[in-house]
Every structure is written in C-alpha cells, then in structure tokens.
Design a protein around this ligand. Structure first.
Ligand SMILES: NC(=O)c1ccc[n+]([C@@H]2O[C@H](COP(=O)([O-])OP(=O)(O)OC[C@H]3O[C@@H](n4cnc5c(N)ncnc54)[C@H](OP(=O)(O)O)[C@@H]3O)[C@@H](O)[C@H]2O)c1
Length: 257
C-alpha cells in the first residue's frame, strides 16, 4: 500500500505560478517545487526570476521562467504557447498577481480603476482560459486563484481592490461549475495579513501593524511561507473532491468579533 503522504505529492506536475518573484507567490513556488512539481516562475523581471530558478535547480528541484506582465494579453498568450511547446501540458495554475492601490474612491481616475481591474480581474480570466485550453484535453487540472479576505469583507479606502477580489471569488466558483465535468478543479485561497513587501508601509507603522495583528485570532501577521501548505494541498490529489471553495488563510481574522 502507498503511504498516504504520497497523495500530497506533486511529482510530475507542471505548475505556473504568476507573481512568483517574491512574496506569497515565491513561497508557493518553492513549496510546489519541494513537493516534486516543475515550477514555472512569473513576474516582470527576467533576471530576478532566472536567479530564483537557478537557486531552486541548485537544490535538485525543477524550475524555469516565464517573464511576462499578466495584463499584457499578447505576452500572456505567447508564454502559454511556449509552455505548450516545452512541456505539452499544464497541471496547475496559481493566479497570484494582485495589484493594489489603496486610496479613497474620490481620488481614483477612471484609468486607475481600469488598471486594477485589468491586472487583477481580466488577467485572471485570461490566465484561467489559457490554462484550461491545456487542461481540458488532459481531463485534469488545478486552477488556484489567490483572492483576499478583501473578497469577503470591506475596508474603507480599498473599494477597487476589494471589488476585483469579490469578482475573482465569483470567477473561481463559476469556473468550478464550468470545468468540473472535465476533472478540473477551481479553488481560491484568501490570504489575511501577511508580512510581504506589499504591506511594508503598514508593517513599518507600529500602530497599524499592531492593529492588524490583534484583529486576527492568532494575534499576529502571517509569515509568507505560511501560505504554501494550502496551495500544495489544493494542487494535490488529496484535494480531488474540493472545488469552488475559498480557503481563508488569515490566522482567523474574518471569523473574529
Ligand atoms: N500580502 C498580503 O497580506 C495579502 C493579503 C491578501 C491578499 N494578498 C494577495 O496575494 C497575492 C500576492 O501578494 P504579495 O503580497 O505576495 O505581493 P507582492 O509582494 O507585491 O508580490 C507581487 C509579485 O507579483 C509580481 N507582479 C506584480 N505585478 C505583476 C504583473 N502585472 N505581471 C506579472 N507579475 C507581476 C511582482 O514581481 P515584479 O514586480 O518583478 O513583476 C512580485 O513578484 C496578491 O494577489 C494579493 O492581492 C496578499
């Protein structure tokens, strides 16, 4: 009998993780590589991605790079064509890029609203569609979208970001219904407050940092590597009957009164 632990293995899988040059995406990529997957790193800085891929390969794991801006549809399509040529398959898509522009709605121009919608929401659809093109003939695949607790609860001064994350939550559920008959699952991970570069300003203000920490049940910020277990689990065979689900990884922030 196979050890049950093997059910969590990603050996032989090809995984594209967008925005994996730092922060949560990088931790997810490292964990997936450590679980046996060939990880394709994405971001807009090819040099940085190449260094990271080299350091993953130096440990005997598999990694390559696909540098492109997720909001650039031509570059995105080209990257998927390369994945098709190189690997002939894609097993896991982690749609992780999420831009933020925190300020009151009155200060937003229409163009700034569109920019966030394009990077966070439109790109989510484009990535899922191109991934599905590869996954449908396989009759298997894992679509994992990184949303946010801002896709469930609201905070003043964050209306546009929050709306894109609510939209992604809808996409995740709709794609679960659309692709379920083809063996493709679609799930979301909704992070709470993580100590990544994106939150550097909040973390450097002790009052704001403390406020966020004490809002969560665990009473602290998440460390970036604490996102990775959820992603490996959802990508693995162990999650074969889970689809359309949003898994909050927030230290109990949204369940606390
Ligand atoms: N950190 C948190 O507390 C938190 C909470 C809730 C939700 N989230 C969500 O989790 C995800 C990751 O957050 P994070 O804090 O890890 O972000 P981060 O530290 O800002 O990292 C973002 C990564 O994405 C890349 N990137 C940014 N824009 C891109 C684009 N247009 N095309 C391709 N790559 C791009 C960046 O590299 P380059 O700049 O080199 O391209 C970088 O590697 C986001 O969706 C975010 O909304 C985070």
């Amino acid at each position: 009998m196979q050890p049950y632990l093997n059910t969590f293995s990603l050996a032989g899988r090809v995984a594209l993780i967008t925005g994996s040059g730092r922060g949560l995406g990088l931790e997810i990529a490292k964990a997936m590589a450590g679980s046996g997957a060939h990880v394709i790193l994405n971001g807009r800085s090819a040099d940085r991605l190449q260094d990271l891929a080299n350091s993953i390969r130096a440990t005997g794991q598999q990694a390559s790079i696909a540098p492109f801006d997720v909001a650039d549809s031509m570059a995105l399509n080209k990257a998927f064509a390369t994945i098709r040529e190189t690997h002939g398959r894609l097993d896991i898509l982690v749609n992780n890029v999420g831009a933020r522009n925190r300020k009151p709605l009155l200060e937003f121009s229409d163009q700034e609203v569109w920019d966030l919608i394009e990077t966070n929401l439109v790109a989510g659809f484009s990535l899922a569609r191109e991934a599905a093109r590869l996954m449908l003939p396989q009759r298997a695949g894992r679509l994992i979208t990184i949303t946010s607790i801002a896709g469930h609860v609201a905070r003043a001064g964050d209306a546009v970001y929050s709306s894109t994350k609510h939209g992604l939550t809808g996409m995740v559920r709709a794609l679960a219904a659309e692709y379920g008959p083809y063996g493709i699952t679609s799930n979301a991970i909704a992070p709470g407050g993580f100590a990544t570069e994106a939150n550097a300003a909040m973390l450097s203000d002790p009052k704001v940092a403390e406020h966020f920490a004490t809002r969560s049940a665990l009473g602290r910020w998440g460390q970036p590597e604490e996102i990775a277990g959820a992603a490996v689990f959802l990508a693995s065979e162990a999650a074969s009957y889970i689809t359309g689900h949003v898994l909050t990884v927030d230290g109990g922030l949204i369940i606390k009164m």
